[in-house]
Ligand binder design. Structure first.
Ligand SMILES: Cc1ncc(COP(=O)(O)O)c(C=O)c1O
Length: 429
């Protein structure tokens, strides 16, 4: 039987009606006829695949290694699970639906996705621009790994107008080629925004001959439900799929999405670095995606109650929550343009700095004290000493990573229970 699932299993319309991603998450890209009629995609726990003939094996390799153009109707045959595997292919097809991407490549972690993506584009002598604060692991990779290979990482503050970022960064770039602009918006953990369309224009102005910086957006915090960066000019979107996409705090994974052309070097390098996800991780993610919209919607709604409660609490000095942005805020228009909901990440400043934050975290009962986010359960952590411990102290102050800051990832529990736990823990501050 023809393995090309695109014919039957990739239908996205009923008559004239385009089906929504949540309606397609149970079926898209999987043909039961290829798996003994199994309703669900099985776990293809195999390292390699049997060719029907030597000629077929040769043809598969020719296509996979780009030795010749793919013929009309020819697909990439299954070869070896470092190159491709049905669980990963179905997952990649389904992930493209949310972001409106042409293609997707999945990885065994978010860091594997980010590292492989940047390595695919950066060359010695290049600059990588990045927004700050950035996830601690990504910042470490840029400052401590890429610097050893002649790649200079230059950070700029999230939350500034694009024109200001452009004039400050242009001076620091000093004419060097720029491989990529990596932005995280909203920023982790301050929720400061970066204008995706503004950065896309900047990337175009930095073009040099036929080389243009790739605009890479880490969309872990809001995506893919509440922000779709490809629609605003991003070239590539990366995810820690460990977070909302996985959603149950029981797997580590990553993804990168974009056009076939932009993704091709990333996918190619994944094969040779071996940073692909395993079939089991792929299968777990397929299961998670069926409830993605429900989970993200429930936690987003809960977060509003928690953020409003925190804003009115006498022991809380400041709350960083996108749903509280008001029309006169400099980032309000950016929020309205590129985000469709405020998500479920809140950070807030308690009285008495680190001792106050620690008393709060130690007093939590139902909400667990753990790093990570985007799971069904609510989690709280202390960015200053945990996820962002590696950031230099002076930079922490500039970026709003204060000792009294707590990050809360709101889960799907009953909102009154979350508020009750936060309320009793704040008594300890
Ligand atoms: C925004 C963001 N990007 C990337 C990562 C790295 O992802 P992973 O832990 O899946 O490697 C994280 C992890 O916390 C994150 O929060």
């Amino acid at each position: 039987m023809d393995r090309d699932r695109s014919k039957d299993a990739k239908k996205t319309r009923i008559g004239g009606r385009a089906l929504r991603p949540e309606s397609l998450m149970m079926s898209y890209g999987y043909d039961p006829r290829l798996s003994e009629g199994a309703l669900k995609c099985p776990i293809f726990q195999t390292s390699t695949f049997v060719f029907e003939s030597a000629e077929q094996g040769k043809a598969f390799f020719e296509v996979a290694y780009g030795l010749r153009e793919r013929r009309a109707e020819e697909h990439t045959g299954l070869i070896y699970s470092r190159l491709n595997n049905p669980d990963l292919e179905v997952l990649e097809d389904r992930l493209t639906l949310w972001d409106g991407a042409e293609a997707c490549t999945v990885f065994e972690s978010g860091m594997a996705a980010i590292a492989t993506t940047l390595l695919a584009y950066a060359r010695p002598g290049d600059v990588i621009l990045y927004s700050r604060p950035l996830y601690g692991g990504s910042e470490h990779l840029l400052q401590h790994f890429f610097s050893q290979y002649g790649v200079t990482a230059i950070g700029f503050m999230a939350g500034l107008p694009s024109a200001e970022i452009e004039s400050l960064a242009t001076r620091e770039i000093a004419g060097r080629p720029v491989a990529a602009i990596l932005i995280e918006t909203p920023a982790n953990p301050t929720n400061a925004l970066v204008d995706i369309a503004g950065m896309s224009d900047f990337a175009r102005r930095l073009a040099n001959g036929d080389r243009r910086p790739m605009l890479v957006v880490d969309n872990t915090f809001l995506g893919p439900l509440w922000q779709q960066p490809l629609k605003h000019g991003a070239d590539l979107v990366v995810y820690s799929a460990t977070k909302f996409l996985g959603g149950h705090s029981d797997l580590i994974a990553g993804a990168c999405l974009g056009s076939h052309q932009a993704l091709a070097p990333v996918r190619g390098l994944r094969t040779f670095l071996g940073t692909m996800a395993s079939p089991w991780t792929g299968w777990l993610l397929l299961r998670s995606l069926e409830t993605l919209k429900m989970r993200m919607t429930a936690s987003m709604k809960n977060a509003r109650y928690v953020a409003d409660f925190l804003r009115d609490h006498p022991r809380v000095r400041q709350v960083h929550y996108l749903g509280h942005l008001e029309a006169e805020h400099p980032m309000y228009q950016v929020y309205r343009r590129q985000c469709t909901a405020p998500g479920s990440l809140i950070s807030f400043e308690v009285d008495d700095g680190e001792p106050g934050a620690f008393r709060f975290l130690n007093a939590l009962s139902m909400v667990k004290l753990a790093v990570s986010l985007g799971g069904t359960e609510s989690l709280a952590e202390h960015p200053f000493s945990m996820t962002h411990a590696d950031v230099a102290v002076e930079a922490k102050a500039r970026l709003g990573l204060t000792p009294g800051l707590v990050r809360l990832s709101v889960g799907v529990e009953h909102y009154e229970d979350i508020v009750a736990d936060v309320a009793q823990a704040l008594e300890s501050v």
